[in-house]
Design a protein around this ligand. Structure first.
Ligand code: ADP
Ligand code: ASP
Ligand code: MG
Length: 422
């Protein structure tokens, strides 16, 4: 049975980390292993900047392209001798990028985005594969676009599970494979991406299709914690979390794991480990059925860069089902997910991620029939299994706009600030 490993950008961000991960893999004893890599370091962000510069025809474009090239060449110079073939292979990917950028952008931002941003994962896996080969780690490189079939919702592609499972089982035999996270392709062979941070989801798709024994997602933190340790210095490791609790935590925005990751694993009862790639021997977090200790801890989730839209009828008549259905159709059309919502008699409020392309399109769509007002630069705090005392500390000095409570969860929208570290 196969094990699936996933490594994110932080684990392969420079020469030393690549050597560390490669040695770890080489020492491993798995006969059947699928390894998923994201783009290196912050390359996805760099490529996003390239897309933005390309679509607005900015003069910064060539500088940004040079930066991405330089980043990868610097890494390669630390790993390979100059005459090695990998330099040609990587050059070819950059030629592909240059060709795309020479053409006029298509009138579809998300399509342009996917063709360009997907190259980050192609570059990282080519380099990782070549380095692993060089140190004697035998494996096969496989293009995720040959096995992950999606629809054409660019930038948020939906998986065609039937086709994907068939393709994976046809193309994958026993042994060790290496592939890209985050990317797939349509039946017409257009490259798609699965949404930011989507490589975790790729690991789950592979595990589901191969009925894997387990998935291990290697992170720069000890595991899933009850808060983001970057913001909360007292964050504690959650050693055991049930699928259901993990789904809730990820859904509300616990960034450590992509929200779509858990469901496919739950369906096939495949355990998920989240472990530290720095302290490889530590146990980390085990997510599986009926194993919940997470509910003993309050979990804090912080989502920054939120926007709260208040939508009302221009005549100030009641917001009724027909309005709701129209609003939700527009949300679906623009692939915008609602993080929190609340309605009153004459207005309906939604808190969403302030995506710089989706939100203006959504607002423009809504404004055809509704009055829309909004507040930006907000933070959404979600606390699961909250205790009153902890909440008081968290909310101290915050300017709160909206609050919603259920038995297990409280959500609060407040103005963004450099909040006191709890
Ligand atoms: P990668 O892209 O390498 O897979 P990410 O950076 O997407 O990893 O996710 C790891 C980061 O998630 C950590 O560095 C941490 O700051 C953040 N994080 C947010 N919430 C949590 C949480 N509940 N537990 C652990 N880490 C969290
Ligand atoms: N490289 C992509 C991103 O940064 C996918 C991932 O890392 O999971 O969003
Ligand atoms: Mg990530």
């Amino acid at each position: 049975m196969t094990t699936v490993f996933k490594f994110g950008g932080a684990s392969i961000k420079d020469v030393n980390s690549i050597i560390h991960i490669s040695n770890f893999l080489k020492e491993g004893t798995h006969d059947n292993l699928f390894i998923v890599f994201s783009a290196m370091g912050k390359v996805t962000n760099m490529l996003e900047d390239i897309v933005d510069a390309y679509v607005i025809n900015s003069k910064d474009l060539s500088v940004l392209v040079e930066q991405v090239k330089l980043f990868h060449y610097n890494i390669m110079e630390g790993l390979f001798e100059e005459e090695e073939l990998i330099f040609d292979e990587v050059n070819n990917v950059f030629v592909e990028l240059d060709w795309i950028l020479e053409e006029e952008p298509y009138n579809n931002y998300s399509y342009n985005y996917d063709q360009i941003v997907s190259l980050g994962e192609i570059l990282s896996t080519k380099i990782m594969s070549q380095y692993l080969r060089k140190i004697g780690y035998d494996h096969k490189w496989i293009d995720a676009r040959d096995i992950i079939r999606t629809d054409n919702t660019f930038r948020d592609a939906k998986i065609d599970w039937k086709q994907t499972t068939t393709l994976i089982n046809k193309k994958v035999k026993s042994g060790i494979y290496l592939t890209q996270g985050f990317i797939g392709s349509t039946s017409e062979n257009f490259t798609t991406t699965l949404g930011r941070e989507g490589s975790d989801f790729t690991a789950a798709i592979l595990a589901f299709s191969l009925e894997a024994k387990e998935v291990v997602i290697w992170k720069d933190v000890p595991g899933m914690m009850n808060a983001d340790p970057r913001y909360f210095k007292n964050a504690e490791l959650l050693p055991n979390v049930s699928y259901d609790e993990a789904i809730e935590l990820a859904f509300f925005g616990a960034k450590v794991i992509h929200p779509k990751t858990i469901q496919p694993l739950k369906k096939k009862n495949i355990p998920l480990f989240i472990k530290s790639f720095i302290n490889i021997l530590n146990k980390g977090t085990l997510i599986k059925d009926k194993m919940d200790l997470a509910s003993l801890y309050p979990s804090y989730i912080v989502k920054e860069n939120q926007i709260l839209l208040s939508i009302s009828d221009p005549e100030l008549s009641f917001i009724v089902e027909e309005h709701m259905s129209q609003i939700f159709s527009l949300l679906a059309l623009h692939s915008v997910r609602v993080n929190m919502m609340q309605n009153s008699a004459v207005s309906f409020s939604i808190c969403i991620d302030n995506d710089k392309y989706r939100v203006p399109l959504l607002i423009a769509g809504l404004q055809k029939d509704f009055k829309v007002s909004y507040n930006q630069q907000l933070t959404l705090y979600t606390v699961r299994h909250y205790k009153k005392e902890d909440l008081d500390i968290l909310l101290r000095n915050k300017k709160i706009l909206l609050e919603q409570k259920s038995r297990n969860t409280i959500q609060i929208i407040a103005f963004e600030e450099d909040y006191t570290k709890a």
